[in-house]
Design a binder for this molecule. Structure first.
Ligand code: AMP
Length: 396
């Protein structure tokens, strides 16, 4: 791998607790980006499962790697990417970092100083940031010539006004970083840019974007910028998620710890991995499974999921002072017409009129021509957003 220059290929890495998603983009002479490889390395039993697809989604590789040490599997992954690049020039690697804190509001080029600063941020998102940083550190150590760029999931929400970011706590806590940041920023940024191309009038107005995946949140966009969002200090707040609880009365936490004897670690596990759709249904965190299930608890879990979206949509529409557009995105938002229908029906009072046939067909616009709110489905692409940032960030 070589790392100098501007054109060639861009690699994006999105490293989580049990997987690394990757994409390789070709940068054309005019700057246009085209994803020609997408893949994932995921923990699978004793080893790691590596899957790689081409630009059309055709499966190129599906392998089990025996490595159990992260450094070894990352090394193997980078060697594998070298093979894929087949001599193509690598212009840079972009990484998703979940939390940028208050001080990191734009994509930044990785330097040793920055890595040290980011290490301190791990405290804000201990379940995510250390995983995000591990490949950056390893690449900096083993391949120091390669340009690396970090893109923060919180950065897009830098436009939120203080009234939306402040908790009603004594002000010294805000000074220590205890405030609302918001997440899924790369997804919202991508969706906002797509909307600007697809529907400039709506993009210029008041829009709610709903990122409904295993993690779920909603964002109020005014003129394409974040005005408020449902996630806060961590990615635990707001909507019901696959295994995360969403908004929870902090008094319930005090009660659990004081009267039920839950330790901090037990509580963390409960809120992040045993709650949400999984906890409510007792069956699964996967919306597909719940929609197909005949168990009453599955239906009840979906009811709460929809209820909370509708409730938060009302709150965000109030913050925006009305609504011109609504965008569904991510796994559930893009693929579950039943959920979209249930949400849209409950938002009729805001002027939403659903075109049922268009929704069932998975059309890009699913509202009727006379709907007061244009409702769209936009497939998100966080990897493409990261690649755009790597392409556009001036070389330091
Ligand atoms: P994401 O985190 O964006 O990859 O979304 C993952 C979630 O999308 C899964 O947990 C599923 O619950 C959901 N999903 C994907 N496809 C469908 C589908 N066809 N119908 C309902 N939910 C789906």
């Amino acid at each position: 791998m070589s790392g100098q220059g501007e054109s060639g290929a861009i690699l994006t890495l999105n490293a989580g607790s049990s997987s690394i998603k990757l994409a390789i983009f070709d940068v054309a002479a005019d700057g246009a980006l085209k994803a020609w490889r997408r893949g994932e390395l995921r923990e699978d039993g004793a080893g790691q499962r590596f899957r790689l697809k081409d630009a059309q989604g055709g499966l190129l590789a599906d392998e089990i790697w025996a490595e159990t040490r992260f450094e070894a599997s990352l090394d193997h992954l980078l060697a594998r990417i070298d093979t894929e690049l087949a001599g193509r020039h690598l212009a840079g690697i972009g990484h998703r970092v979940v939390h940028g804190g208050a001080g990191h509001r734009m994509p930044e080029e990785v330097t040793p100083e920055l890595l040290e600063l980011l290490g301190d941020l791990a405290e804000l998102a201990p379940l995510h940031v250390p995983h995000n940083l591990a490949p950056i550190r390893e690449i900096a150590r083993t391949r120091p010539g390669i340009r690396q760029v970090v893109c923060f999931d919180t950065a897009f929400h830098r436009t939120m006004p203080a009234v939306a970011t402040r908790f009603a706590l004594p002000r010294e806590f805000e000074r220590r970083g205890i405030r609302r940041y918001g997440f899924h920023g790369l997804s919202y940024e991508y969706v906002s840019r797509r909307l600007a191309m697809l529907s400039p009038r709506v993009h210029g107005g008041r829009v709610i974007a709903a990122h409904l995946g295993n993690g779920a949140s909603m964002c109020a966009l005014k003129g394409g910028e974040s005005l408020d969002t449902t996630m806060g200090f961590t990615a635990l707040d707001g909507l019901v998620m696959g295994t995360r609880c969403g908004a929870l009365d902090p008094g319930a936490l005090l009660h659990l710890m004081r009267w039920e004897g839950l330790s901090i670690d037990d509580t963390e596990r409960l809120l992040y991995t045993r709650a949400g759709l999984l906890g409510l249904s007792g069956i699964s965190n996967d919306m597909r499974v719940l929609l197909e299930s005949t168990e009453p608890a599955a239906a009840e879990a979906v009811d709460v999921f929809v209820h909370r979206i509708v409730r938060e949509a009302g709150a965000l529409a109030s913050v925006l002072g009305g609504l011109d557009g609504f965008v569904f995105t991510a796994g559930i938002g893009e693929n579950a017409p039943e959920i979209r229908e249930r949400v849209c029906e409950r938002l009729g009072w805001l002027g939403v009129r659903l075109d049922r046939a268009a929704n069932a067909d998975g059309a890009p616009v699913i509202s009727t021509p006379d709907s007061g709110v244009e409702v769209r489905v936009i497939a998100t692409d966080e990897e493409a957003m990261i690649a755009e940032h790597v392409r556009d960030l001036p070389i330091a």
